[in-house]
Design a protein. Sequence first.
Length: 71
Amino acid sequence: MSALDRVRALITRLAPAPICDDCVTEKLDLSSREYANQKTRELAGSDRFERRRDICSICYGEKLVTRRNHL
């Protein structure tokens, strides 16, 4: 499974709760936050994924987060 697929699966599993790039990095043991950021930006705007400033459902920090909306 590719890193993008793993990020997509994690965000989908948490939906509609948002998650920040730091927590994506930690949960998926990715190499860096920048790598997680690249993957979450790839998802943004497609298939109900969105990025915005909000509270992360994992660390509760107010950050740029990614979430997937339910229909």
